[in-house]
Design a protein around this ligand. Sequence first.
Ligand SMILES: [Zn+2]
Length: 503
Amino acid sequence: MTLINRFSVRILLFFISFYSTVLVAQENPIARQYGEQVLLSDLKDNLSIIASDALEGRKTGSRGQKMAAAFIRAHFEELGLAGPVDGSYYQNVPLYAITAGNAMIKTNTASLQNYKDFVYTGLSELAGNETEVVFVGDGEEASLEKIELTGKVALVIAEKNINDIPTEALLSKGAKAVMVCNSKDEKTFTAYANRMKRSFESARMTLKKPASGGQMGSIIFVSSAAVEKILNEKFDDLKSYSSDPKKLKKIRKVKTGIISYAFHNSIKLVNSENVLGYLEGTDKKEELIVVTAHYDHIGKKSEGAGDLINNGADDDGSGTVAVLELAKVFAKAKAEGNGPKRSILFMTVTGEEMGLLGSQYYSENPVFSLSSTVVDLNIDMIGRRDPEHKDKPDYVYVIGSDKLSTELHQLSEKTNSIYTHLDFDYTYNDENHPTNLYKRSDHWNFAKNNIPIVFYFDGIHEDYHLPSDEVDKIDFELLTKRTKLVFYTAWELANREQRIKND
Ligand SMILES: [Zn+2]
């Protein structure tokens, strides 16, 4: 070997050692050691249970949801995590569901059909026997001349938004209820009725108790066909009296109809729960990293043939099992003396599909103060590949990382470049994107309280909210990679010297 060659070898060796020092400085071998313990087999085993038919789609408040909660709780317990809600793993979340009850209208000759001839959405108890129905045109003052409403039902025809129809005035003139025909045509009414039917069947839930009474409590929406049956007049004639000022006098000549009616929808209390597992940190334990995923889903389809169970394997079984796996790895690290500096809350929440209700409840009744909550890493759907990335490298949509903390955004990017090398797709990060995803999963209830978040997501696919969102469609290799990404990001956030700063 000549001198010059020896010299260049030395330079080469210098550069090799220089770069490997830099790499070693970047990659934390302890983090790597635990990151490698995120196992595909665990994710698969757990998801096969969470998304199995036995859990019936895990609808909020249902038996299947309770089974999922019990499974998650047992997992946390087995890992030795603490139940942080006065010793319990459950944070009870009381929800209200409006359920459809009695709904009937009878004329002397016909029985009208619910969701076909009429729709009642209110929460009052409304009933009348052999009650007169008085036609009041569009309900405005001019149409009411010489019309007596006390104890009667007023019937309005007006192609207007319900808020622009003077129902309050009619009620204050003594009407017991107001029937409104405001749909453009029969088709529009049918579409509206079907929508309301579905909404009642899915038992939409709220955190606040819905007020009974109110304006909607006394309003019954009717179709034009129902109007003809009730008043025994041609609908088009009646409509022309309402809309043509020259025909106003004809309104009071319309003979009253007679109906018996009864309506009673009710509010049902639904008890659900967020499931929390807490791992206490070492020297910065007052500060908290939160990892979330919603473990409930939309339950079963109410009608149709074939498979009716919305398994929600991707939505959000995938996020749920990722949280379980992160809990496992961090608990193991702690047991081996490598526990995180900051505390970590592993939280699977309820009611996401009903409007982010479980995470909203947590943010309004936080178990740990929100000011000591450093970050929320939220995982909602990470087990699939969307059509846009069909033949592309492994990816994940990253949403929200740059909204409140540049430091978080940089950390998220850097962690991925060191450990996981996924393509970060920021398509949905745009707050003006029509899908509005920044506000559409549980992280939003942290972000709106100024807590930085990252939301991990795989995109919209053809099985979204369908019974075909099944375990066998999950790409477990990719789910494992993405779970590792969240793990390394959480590890860095939990162990770095300085808490990440908001901008
Ligand atoms: Zn979801």
